[in-house]
Design a protein around this ligand. Structure first.
Ligand code: DX5
Ligand code: ZN
Length: 231
């Protein structure tokens, strides 16, 4: 993997839902690598968003991978349903799974890439026993539940230690940063070892449109690729 090329995964949480297909098509045309879909249940997080029907609709509009982030309690009950809806990868939260090992096995069996997500307070060590079962680690850089929040800088050291572990394993595991990713923060995340930047507000609510939002992230990431990790 070329660590200097970060993947951009726009989060449709910040999109205009009345024109969702059109906005997803625009993000794809502007070079988005994946589409990130935030599923919230009003239990694990204090917000309710969308379900499998929306994933199905996005699958019709996009041909790039759909990265489904489950912020729900008992996610194992819905893994198959989201896989059937067109998810390419499914991430479950460490904090939401009583039987994380089993849930990750279910995702793989359903034919998706398995992901594990960590809240800002959850240490990297929480996934040390299952890291070899996943293809994606989602490091939450805000408290999950809402778009448009501030990037929590203290999560950068966790990204760095996970990057070290992944490199030691020599495994093909993506490290995602999720929340508060903008032109001002993507560089630090990339330098710390992230390989996928999830961005909602910065892409779908950019003053100059979706393509400009993605371009801004790419520009900032390209600059950062030449700068030392300063955190
Ligand atoms: C937060 C979600 C994020 C969110 C990111 O719970 O997991 O994916 O949509 O949105 P921004 O980029 O606006 O912080
Ligand atoms: Zn997310």
């Amino acid at each position: 993997m070329n660590e200097n090329v970060i993947k951009i995964a726009p989060s449709i949480l910040a999109a205009d839902f009345g024109r969702l297909a059109e906005q997803v098509e625009a993000a794809q045309a502007a070079g988005a690598d994946w589409i990130h879909i935030d599923i919230m249940d009003g239990r694990f997080v204090p917000n309710i968003t969308m379900g499998p029907l929306v994933v199905e609709a996005v699958a019709k509009a996009a041909s790039i991978p759909l990265d489904v982030h489950l912020m729900i309690v008992e996610p194992e009950r819905y893994i198959q349903r989201f896989a059937d809806s067109g998810a390419s990868s499914i991430s479950v939260h460490v904090e939401a799974c009583r039987h994380l090992h089993r849930a990750l096995g279910q995702i793989t069996e359903a034919g998706c890439r398995a992901g594990v997500a960590l809240n800002p307070h959850t240490p990297a060590a929480a996934i040390s026993e299952i890291v070899e079962m996943v293809q994606i680690i989602n490091v939450m850089t805000v408290n999950p539940g809402f778009g448009g929040q501030q990037f929590i800088k203290s999560t950068l050291s966790k990204i760095r230690s996970l990057r070290k572990r992944v490199n030691q394993l020599g495994a093909d595991i993506h490290i995602e940063v999720d929340g508060g990713v903008t032109g001002a923060t993507i560089g630090a995340a990339l330098s710390a070892g992230a390989s996928v930047a999830i961005a909602g507000t910065c892409v779908f609510q950019h003053d100059n449109g979706i393509a400009a939002g993605i371009a801004e992230l790419r520009r900032a990431a390209a600059k950062a690729a030449h700068v030392e990790d300063k955190y």
